[in-house]
Design a protein around this ligand. Structure first.
Ligand SMILES: CC(=O)N[C@H]1[C@@H](OP(=O)(O)OP(=O)(O)OC[C@H]2O[C@@H](n3ccc(=O)[nH]c3=O)[C@H](O)[C@@H]2O)O[C@H](CO)[C@@H](O)[C@@H]1O[C@H](C)C(=O)N[C@@H](C)C(=O)N[C@H](CCC(=O)O)C(=O)O
Ligand SMILES: Nc1ncnc2c1ncn2[C@@H]1O[C@H](COP(=O)(O)OP(=O)(O)OP(=O)(O)O)[C@@H](O)[C@H]1O
Ligand SMILES: N[C@H](CCC[C@H](N)C(=O)O)C(=O)O
Ligand SMILES: [Mg+2]
Length: 487
């Protein structure tokens, strides 16, 4: 920690954008937010001992927002973009960061790529961590911060602690919210990956152009010249990012199932994975890929791209693709019934990811493919009908249930999803829906329980009720069979 030098002549003892966390000697960042205006908490922060206030230029030293005490006691730091400035100050305060850091953005696949990257680094002996939707995954750091991309002060304090603990490789998820809110500014990335872009989060970004623009910040503003952009060759955004990379003198690694410098030249499905032959910058390698789902192969190639982009040796790193383990709640086989029917838990909560996971599961289906899914409340209502359509198009039988209704009426959310899959069963209670679908499974059937993946709770009207899809699936499997085969 280094409180000197962030503000000339004023050593600070900490920094925060939340007045409730201010301690004597702190810098308080007073940020106009989405729900509240942090500038209204300036006088509270000063009363709690803040010595400096970072805020917008319109808050001058005679502003009533400072209160009487503040007019003499604090230093004002002005910035038209206080979020970005806070992130940069936090980076300086908690420096140094781990030596090698990479970020991954995209609508789907970030958690998988970040965790695969960590696994590949660990396999070649690097002390590595991953930060994202699953929290922090690193030796001694198994914590959850609640967001996919943490707030800048939390993030930089974490990165500083990781560096001190000897973790010198970190893979992070860059969510569109995090990029839009400058949470990652100040983090130094050597490489950044892009998986794909499809409809999500329009409740926040309002339209696809704004959503895309927030993702592009990773390449346009955060990845420095000389860094490597690792881009899915099959994405419609590939050329856009290639142009940014050329303009900003970044190197470009394309990857993909068919095209790119890192690509599959053979991909044969087998029981729970694929026989792959991969071309990596002209070197050929055979891999027994141990996970089902072509999208996981794509994610693994992205991870390999990040690992190679940050200096790992190809022949040392690439063979470890055959040792990857699946990520919790991502096409996770949670139970196999004695009649052979299998149940998977998956975090698909967008139209594209529902289609992707159902297409991936189809090759494991001897009989019918079923899905139980729901849509989150307080999120883009426009994606609900599209999720229903994807379910109806790629599954043989569909049950619509509740996901996290949050503040919305769950029955109304289900009606909106059912517009896309009118023949579906409608069972609000998620546990009951899973049990009903599982009881109906016949030999050769596959069921996908979609939407909540690793989540441990269901948010209903402001309360979080403990709920874990995989545990419910196993409970039902036990009830049905008096025992469950290990998945
Ligand atoms: C909608 C949203 O993204 N909000 C984020 C945003 O909040 P905000 O700054 O606008 O907060 P606000 O409530 O309006 O308050 C304004 C300011 O007043 C301050 N305040 C408030 C009250 C008080 O008593 N004193 C005080 O100082 C607040 O600390 C804040 O600085 O900036 C904050 C600081 O970075 C974030 O923590 C916060 O994330 C909230 C908690 C959240 O739930 N975000 C979700 C939607 C999110 O970010 N999800 C993504 C996407 C995951 C995915 O891709 O699927 C993620 O990265 O997790
Ligand atoms: N490369 C991919 N292409 C399309 N769909 C994918 C891909 N990778 C994963 N998915 C689907 O998206 C779901 C979420 O995957 P993952 O958690 O890795 O993505 P994410 O980008 O981290 O999502 P979130 O933003 O919600 O945290 C998976 O369960 C799977 O259904
Ligand atoms: N980060 C995503 C996760 C969605 C998970 C799904 N279970 C839902 O609640 O919609 C979001 O907050 O939109
Ligand atoms: Mg994620």
């Amino acid at each position: 920690m280094n409180g000197e030098g962030i503000l000339p002549n004023i050593p600070i003892t900490g920094l925060t954008a939340d007045s409730r966390k201010v301690q004597p000697g702190f810098l308080f960042a007073a940020i106009p937010g989405l729900a509240l205006d942090g500038r209204n908490f300036i006088s509270d922060a000063i009363k709690k001992g803040a010595v400096a206030i970072l805020t917008t230029p319109d808050v001058t030293s005679d502003s009533p927002l400072l209160g009487e005490q503040g007019k003499t006691a604090v230093t004002l730091v002005h910035d038209a973009n206080p979020r970005r400035r806070l992130a940069k100050m936090a980076a300086a305060y908690f420096s140094p960061q781990p030596e090698i850091m990479v970020a991954v953005t995209g609508t789907n696949g970030k958690t998988s790529v970040a965790n695969f990257t960590r696994q590949l680094w660990q396999a070649i002996g690097s002390e590595a961590g991953a930060i994202g939707t699953l929290g922090v995954r690193a030796n001694g750091f198994d914590t959850d911060h609640g967001l996919t991309t943490p707030d800048p002060v939390d993030l930089h304090s974490l990165l500083g602690a990781m560096k001190q603990a000897g973790i010198d490789h970190v893979a992070m998820e860059a969510s569109s919210h995090g990029l839009d809110q400058y949470r990652l500014d100040g983090a130094r990335f050597s490489a950044a990956a892009f998986t794909n872009l499809s409809r999500d989060h329009l409740d926040y970004h309002h339209n696809m152009d704004a959503y895309r623009a927030s993702k592009m910040r990773l390449f346009e503003e955060l990845l420095a010249p000389g860094g490597v952009a690792v881009v899915n060759s099959a994405s419609a955004e590939h050329d856009r990012i290639a142009n940014i990379a050329a303009e900003r003198k970044q190197r470009l690694y394309s990857y993909g199932l068919r095209n790119g410098q890192i690509r599959c030249v053979k991909m044969e499905p087998r029981a729970n994975g694929f026989d792959l032959e991969i071309d990596i910058f002209g070197e050929r390698l055979s891999v027994d890929f141990p996970l089902p789902g072509a999208f996981q192969v794509e994610n693994a190639l992205a991870a390999l791209g990040l690992v190679l982009a940050t200096g790992s040796d190809l022949r040392h790193a690439a063979p470890n693709l055959s040792r990857l383990t699946g990520v919790r709640g991502r096409m996770e086989r949670a139970a196999v019934l004695p009649n052979g029917a299998a149940v998977y838990v998956d975090y698909s909560h967008t139209p594209d990811s529902i289609a992707t996971v159902l297409k991936a599961l189809r090759s494991h289906v001897g009989n019918r493919l079923r899905i139980v899914f729901g849509c989150g409340g307080d999120r883009d209502p426009g994606k609900r009908i599209l999720m229903g359509q994807a379910a109806a198009q790629y599954a043989d039988m569909v049950t619509v249930t509740d996901d996290n209704p949050r503040s919305e009426d769950p029955a109304e959310i289900r009606i909106q999803a059912m517009e896309g899959c009118p023949g579906a069963a409608n069972i609000g209670d998620r546990r009951e829906a899973i049990f009903a679908a599982m009881r109906a499974l016949e030999p050769g059937d596959v069921l996908c329980v979609a939407g909540k993946g690793h989540e441990q709770g269901q948010t209903i009207a402001g309360r979080v009720i403990p709920f874990d899809d995989a545990s419910v699936v196993r409970e039902c499997a036990e009830e049905l069979a008096g025992g469950v085969e290990p998945a």
